[in-house]
Design a protein around this ligand. Structure first.
Ligand SMILES: [Zn+2]
Length: 287
């Protein structure tokens, strides 16, 4: 059967950079879909410089099946740059590289937390690269994470071609999250301002983001019900209680404590955790 990959193209009235915005490369990570819808609503091609390529749903088959993966269980974001005659994932990656990435100089790829975990709005990117850092600061989510490239990822393949890539992570799978969506829309608009594509008076400045170079997960020491004691974005000190794990009657409560100081950038949303499960992701911040 034929499948179509929905692509919105906004071609501005004056020349400028070409950027892509993509979502749902993991088919259950859907916050990019409304982010792209709101961004397209806000842009008037008559006053736009350059071109926006909007691909809200890369993994069409995954979205239809409400799955992170393709029907053959492949992770599309491990199949880049792909090839013309490879697996279906590889062919889709190749199509995206030739039709979208090759035409663009900057890309913003939207993800969410996976598998019962929620993420604080954050950018994961190469903060050593000056242009990436400039655009990431313009996007201004609460925190910027310096992140190494994953083999086979869209970000990796596009970076190989010399593109500047910002990976936006916010909210959780199978949910629309209002904060994640609004932070994303405003961030994308500010990146477009920084690139000179839209009028710089349209989107107000944000607080300067925190910067982090490392994060680590704190794990459950026992199985039980898990109640979070902190919210996304909270600052914790070493020894602070992040969550409480307890049995059905609330006896034998066990606190989950921070092993180091930092900012909570992700946490489990499932009410039940098993011994060894990741409960919260704590990012070390320099300032
Ligand atoms: Zn993802």
């Amino acid at each position: 059967m034929w499948l179509s990959l929905p692509v919105g193209v906004l071609h501005g009235s004056t020349p400028g950079p070409v950027i892509w915005i993509s979502g749902a490369i993991h088919g259950d990570e859907l916050n990019g879909v409304p982010i792209i819808r709101h961004v397209l609503d806000r842009i008037d091609p008559a006053t736009l410089s350059g071109t926006v390529l909007a691909v809200p749903v890369i993994n069409v088959l995954g979205v239809v099946q409400e799955s992170r993966y393709l029907p053959d269980r492949r992770d599309l974001n491990r199949c880049f740059p792909g090839s013309k005659r490879g697996s279906s994932a590889s062919q889709l990656a190749h199509l995206f590289m030739t039709e979208i990435v090759a035409r663009s100089s900057v890309g913003i790829d939207v993800h969410t937390g996976s598998g019962g975990k929620a993420n604080l709005p954050q950018l994961r990117c190469d903060l050593e690269d000056p242009e990436t850092l400039r655009l990431a600061r313009a996007f201004a989510p609460p925190i910027l994470m310096h992140a190494r490239i994953r083999d086979g990822s869209l970000r990796g393949a596009a970076t190989e071609l010399g593109k500047t890539v910002l990976l936006y992570e916010a909210g959780e799978a199978n949910r629309f999250d209002a904060t994640a969506i609004e932070t994303g829309v405003r961030g994308v608009m500010r990146v477009m301002q920084a690139l000179g594509m839209v009028d710089s008076s349209s989107e107000s400045a944000a607080l300067a983001p925190r910067i982090s170079r490392s994060s680590s997960w704190v794990r459950a020491q026992r199985t039980g019900f898990c109640e979070m004691m902190v919210s996304l974005g909270a600052e914790v000190s070493e020894g602070d209680t992040i969550a409480i794990i307890f049995g059905a009657l609330g006896r034998k409560q066990m606190p989950v404590k921070a092993k180091s100081a930092g900012v909570i950038i992700g946490h489990v949303t499932s009410p039940i955790v098993h011994r060894g499960d990741a409960v919260a992701n704590v990012a070390a911040v320099a300032d």
